[in-house]
Design a protein around this ligand. Structure first.
Ligand code: ADP
Ligand code: MG
Ligand code: ZN
Length: 474
């Protein structure tokens, strides 16, 4: 896609809806499924004389995020008015932070094809959301339920170099937000939205070129696609000798195109000034200490720990660590004596397959119950085929592995007369194949293995079966 002479520079602005019960400056409930315009009051409707009161929880959640990302959490920060006129903004201004945001600095590391890269964060501030315009057949309607919903805006440095990097970074941030209970991460419902900024420049140049901004992308895939399209568009302009104009764009996902929205405002257009109705936000040392103490293990640390404690490879560590429920399940299996490789094989295969995308916490067999089953498999009392059948029995009947073993009569048939008899009968049933095997067609061994396995309903102990077949065939 990109020519060798130019490189692209990407910076993200991510809006994360904070998981508070009430709005940021009033007591109205936050809910996405309520009837339009039922969750409002004079404060969030911006009626004259109504005064905002800051939601403490919104500050705590944003400070928690800042600490997790290694930001400096400012002990004193200031809310500011940002003015613009829009039908779904009844106050006529947004209350956000400008010169003194809550968090600054920090970063988040992603793994790329060329190794690990830490992408710096410029700032994280808190602000209120606007309402929603709903465009329908009978014109446009406005729902103000979302007015005053608390948001954290996370702004990266212009440090991303590729659409795939931007996507990976947003994924990593999403994971962190959800793990820390800061945001529910539902991009379809708009709980997490991303604006992407992108510019091109000649390689080796140190100044940044003019950028465009694409607003409100609502999926990882759209972030990557919109960036790819926009980079191609800018390249086309530059190649034909033109100049990229700084502007704000919209992504039309259906058409796969970027469309102009408006030319870029300068900050003077917003007429920022400190919010006179709210005092500065003071974050006390005590609060920061408590937040640090309450911090759970972060996804990156969990991946590293799983790799060193259980000797998992990178991919497996990511699969397990990036799902908090799966991490607990896996570690409980291992603590109950299941070998990590066996635990991983089962989780990755039979278990995830049966979950079909649901959370492991909804799975009908507990890790300790599964550990008993896997112990039977490990000691070869049952074959893997039988273990799978018992697992399904446990899922429908709710009993333990031992009960399933008895109910299905699946104790593995090891040495002894019975297995020997099955082998002999199978060979007698296929005299031609036996002849072909003896005259050199060695791959038929697998065919005989399969026949006896089927005849034993999957109970034959494979090691024993291989030994007996070899004796009778050779
Ligand atoms: P604005 O005032 O236009 O919103 P900011 O300086 O606040 O610009 O930056 C907004 C986002 O755009 C940040 O994520 C930043 O990293 C990114 N950004 C800034 N300049 C550029 C550029 N020239 N190319 C790409 N991204 C940029
Ligand atoms: Mg911006
Ligand atoms: Zn309200």
């Amino acid at each position: 896609m990109m020519s060798d002479t130019r490189e692209c520079i990407i910076g993200l602005e991510v809006h994360a809806q904070l998981m508070t019960r009430s709005k940021i400056f009033c007591g109205c409930e936050v809910a996405s499924d309520a009837e339009p315009n039922t969750l409002t009051c004079p404060v969030c409707l911006g009626l004259p004389g109504a005064l905002p009161v800051l939601n403490r929880r919104a500050v705590e959640l944003t400070a928690r995020l800042g600490l997790a990302l290694g930001c400096r959490v400012n002990t004193r920060s200031v809310m500011a008015r940002k003015h613009y006129a829009y039908p779904d903004l009844p106050k006529g201004y947004q209350i956000t932070q400008y010169a003194q945001p809550l968090c600054e600095g920090g970063g988040l590391t992603i793994t790329t094809s060329t190794g690990e890269r830490r992408i710096g964060i410029a700032r994280i501030h808190i602000e209120d959301d606007a309402g929603k315009s709903v465009h329908g057949e009978n014109g446009s309607l406005i729902d103000l339920n979302r007015c005053g919903v608390p948001l954290a805006e996370i702004v990266t440095e212009p440090a991303l170099r590729h659409p795939a990097e931007a996507r990976a970074w947003l994924r990593e941030l999403h994971l962190l937000l959800v793990r820390l209970g800061i945001c529910d991460g539902n991009m379809e419902l708009g709980s997490l939205r991303c604006d992407v900024n992108v510019s091109l420049r000649l390689r080796g140049e140190s100044t940044l070129g003019p950028k465009t901004e694409i607003k409100n992308l609502n999926s990882f895939r759209n972030v990557e696609r919109a960036l790819e399209r926009e980079i191609a568009r800018q390249e086309g302009i530059l190649k034909s000798g033109g100049c990229v104009v700084s502007e704000t764009l919209l992504w039309d996902a259906a058409a796969g195109e970027v469309l102009p929205l408006r030319s870029k405002e300068g900050s003077h257009d917003y007429r920022y000034f400190p919010e006179p109705d709210l005092p500065p936000i003071v974050v006390e040392e005590m609060l920061l200490q408590r937040l640090v103490k309450e911090m759970p293990e972060l996804p990156a640390a969990c991946r590293n720990r799983l790799r060193s404690e259980y000797d998992l490879d990178k991919q497996a560590a990511r699969l397990i660590a990036d799902d908090a429920g799966l991490t607990v399940y896996f570690e409980t299996l291992c603590a109950a004596g299941v070998e990590p490789t066996r635990a991983l094989r089962w989780l990755r295969g039979e278990i995830l397959h049966r979950l079909g995308g649901c959370e492991i916490t909804t799975f009908g067999v507990s890790p300790t119950a599964l550990a008993e089953l896997l112990e039977l498999e490990a000691t070869e009392r049952i074959t893997t085929t039988s273990a799978v059948r018992i697992l399904d029995w446990m899922l429908t009947e709710g009993g333990c592995a031992g009960d399933g073993l008895r109910a299905l009569d699946l104790e593995s048939i090891a040495a002894g007369a019975h297995l020997d008899e099955l082998v002999q009968r199978t060979l007698a049933d296929h005299p031609h194949k036996v002849e072909r095997y003896r005259s050199g067609e060695r791959r038929l061994f697998g065919f005989f293995m399969g026949c006896v396995m089927t005849a034993s309903s999957g109970r034959a102990n494979p090691t024993e079966l291989r030994r007996l077949l070899a004796i009778h065939l050779d």
